[in-house]
Design a protein around this ligand. Structure first.
Ligand SMILES: [Ca+2]
Length: 78
């Protein structure tokens, strides 16, 4: 296995270079890359709350906040 820790069947799209305000259609809230949106992803989101340049910035507005939490909860278990 490589150093990424991500399964080959769970490839996340590349993050764009700039900020995108619109949500990603059909995007997963799987922050940890384990192909499931669960407590581990929530832990990362809460740890990075208010931070910039975090993988938990699911809506790409530049900061981890309530919209990202809502996104994650909507994708919970997915
Ligand atoms: Ca965000």
């Amino acid at each position: 296995m490589g150093g990424s820790g991500r399964a080959a069947t769970c490839v996340q799209p590349e993050r764009p270079g700039g900020l995108i305000l619109a949500p990603r259609p059909g995007a997963s809230a799987d922050v940890t890359g384990d192909c499931a949106t669960d407590a581990a992803d929530l832990a990362v989101l809460l740890q990075d709350w208010g931070m910039q340049d975090s993988p938990a910035d699911l809506d790409y507005d530049g900061v981890v906040g309530p919209a990202d939490l809502a996104w994650m909860l909507a994708d919970w278990g997915g």
